[in-house]
Each structure stands twice: as C-alpha cells, then as structure tokens.
Design a protein around this ligand. Structure first.
Ligand code: C5P
Length: 318
C-alpha cells in the first residue's frame, strides 16, 4: 500500500479581545475572549504507512521544540484510536513561538484533523474536542477556526459572524513570555470575582459592535508591558501609523494591528524595518477559508467537504 502524504497548513490566531475574570478552584483563569484565525501559518508534512501491527511516530522539527505539542497530539490520537503503522511528520515553522499566536496549539489541532483523514478513522468531533482540551486550553479553537467566542479557560467555544478579511500586521519581538508566567504577572489585585460586571460589560459591548473592531482590550497588556516596556512603544507606533485596533495577542509578546485597508498597511510596513522585530503582513482568515484550506490540503484522502474532514480510507481498513 503506498504511503499517504499531505502538507497541511497550521494557522496562527490572535485574540481580538481578552478579559481575565478571575482564578478558578482548578487553578485556571476564567476568560472571555474572541479568537480569530489569521493567514500566517506553519506547514506540517505527513507521511503515513498503515500496518497490521506496531506504531512508530517521528517528528522532524529543525527547531527541536521541547515537548512538541504536534508530537503529543499524534501520540494521543494514535493511542486512543488504535492506529497501527508508521507516521512521519515534518514541521516547517513560521509562527513565532511563545508569542501568544497559538502556534503550538494550532499544530496540535492540525495533527488531530489530519490524522483522521490519513488513518481512516471517523473520530467524532466530540472526541477530537476532548483530546484537544487535554493538550491545552487553546487547542479546541483550532478544530473550528474563524471567529469564535471563547469562555471558561478558552475551551468553551461559540461561533461568531465571520470577520471581513481585514489587513493585519503582526509584530513578533525577540521576547518569549510563558503563558503561566503571564498569568502570574497579572497578580491578585487586578483579578476580581468571576462575575466582575464592569469587565463583562466592556467585553459584551465589544462583541456587540465587533464589526469595526474598535474597543478591543487585552487584560494582559498592563502586566506584560510592565515586564517589557518596549512593547507599549510598538503598540503606539502601530496606532500612529493608522491601525484602528492594535493589541497584544494572548499573553504576548506578539502585537497585532488591524488596518482599514491594504494601502495603509503597506505604508506602515517599512517603518518597522529597523526595529528588532519579525514583521508579518497577513489578513484575518474566516472559518470558511480556514476549513477550505485544511480540506484542500487533504483533498486526495477525504470524501466531500464535511467538517471535520471525512477519510476516504474508512471502508478499506486493514
Ligand atoms: O492550557 P495550557 O496548557 O495552554 O495553559 C498553560 C498555563 O497557563 C496553565 O498551566 C495555567 O498556568 C495558565 N492558564 C490559566 N488560565 C487559562 C489558561 C491557561 O491560568 N484560562
């Protein structure tokens, strides 16, 4: 049987708004957030050879990322779905790591989605979700993509109307902020009860008039800008150059600016060339585009356009 190959895009996200309401009994923080996928992506190449016995999983990753989520996702999927065979993956990384852009979480979700198609398992979305939740708080979002409301620790998700494909600049500074460290930096004083009505009001107002993306907020900014003051300067620079929303993404340290049009973005782009930053020019990616791009990359292994992708190998199981 010939090996089954695919090169699957794994997209980044930003948080258009992120409110941290309080620390829960389980140690996680209660969130209200709006997730948004963007065009910036990694690529994961898969090569799967089914076999009657044994399981071999390998990941080639030039950056040698410790405890790589893509590898953990592959092991979890294959073990819980009883997959037998040899799986080789190659991770081509573009999304900066530890930046609040969800790169690792996105890789994990891409692996879960691709393995269903390549191994011939019809894993229901509910089971994929449970695997995703156990891998990390942001992983479930990447099983859906587009614009979504995230509650709880970010794993309770509801679709929001599709965003327009606005132009966006992403600035990735050479600063790594660990998520756990960012939550600790929030400190107790800024956290109130999970029912803080002011925070809930601010968040609701944003979601109700999200179309123009004004009024975005990120509760991590004060704490993370306190640790890395240069981030506040780059955020102001994005605003000065015409971004109508400029924010830290997730717990940072990447910043994003949404521009009213491509020309404004093109004008701003060279102004960052002398800064010690990686700069990405991209657009917001709708749920429909997200799914079409993932499905397209798995085209020869799937039937139809259902989501999650449905494998064509199901009836030819070993
Ligand atoms: O879920 P994930 O592994 O991505 O979270 C990493 C760390 O971030 C957690 O161990 C926790 O310290 C913190 N976190 C949190 N509240 C959330 C999400 C993450 O406190 N909603």
């Amino acid at each position: 049987m010939p090996p089954r190959r695919a090169a699957v895009p794994s997209f980044a996200k930003v948080n258009l708004s992120l409110k941290v309401l309080g620390r829960r009994a389980d140690g996680y923080h209660e969130l209200r957030t709006v997730f948004q996928t963007v065009g910036l992506h990694d690529r994961i190449e898969f090569d799967f050879a089914p076999a009657r016995r044994g399981l071999e999983i390998e990941l080639e990753d030039a950056l040698a990322i410790p405890d790589n989520l893509a590898l953990r996702a592959a092991r979890l999927y294959c073990e819980s779905e009883g997959v037998r065979g040899a799986l080789r993956m190659k991770l081509r990384k573009r999304i900066p790591m530890g930046a609040g852009l969800g790169g690792g979480s996105s890789n994990a979700a891409a692996v879960l989605l691709a393995l269903g198609a390549l191994t011939g398992r019809r894993t229901p979305l509910g089971r994929l979700r449970r695997m995703a939740e156990s891998l990390g708080s942001d992983v479930p979002f990447f099983l859906y993509g587009g614009t979504a409301l995230g509650l709880g620790r970010g794993e309770e998700l509801y679709p929001l109307p599709e965003a327009r494909p606005c132009s966006m600049l992403i600035l990735a500074p050479p600063v790594h902020v660990s998520t756990a460290e960012a939550y600790r930096a929030l400190g107790r004083p800024s956290l109130t009860s999970p029912f803080d009505s002011r925070k809930l009001n601010v968040f609701q107002s944003f979601v109700w008039r999200m179309e123009n993306l004004s009024g975005t907020e990120n509760d991590f900014e004060a704490a993370v800008f306190g640790l890395h003051p240069e981030l506040a300067r780059w955020k102001r620079k994005l605003e000065r150059l015409g971004a109508h929303a400029a924010r830290l993404s997730g717990s940072g340290a990447a910043l994003f600016g949404v521009f009213p049009d491509r020309a404004k973005l093109q004008g701003a782009l060279p102004k960052f060339s002398k800064e010690p930053l990686k700069v990405f020019s991209t657009t917001l990616l709708s749920r429909a585009r997200y799914r079409a791009r993932v499905l397209g990359s798995l085209r020869e292994h799937v039937i139809g356009n259902d989501w999650p992708p449905v494998s064509r190998y199901e009836r030819h199981e070993l």
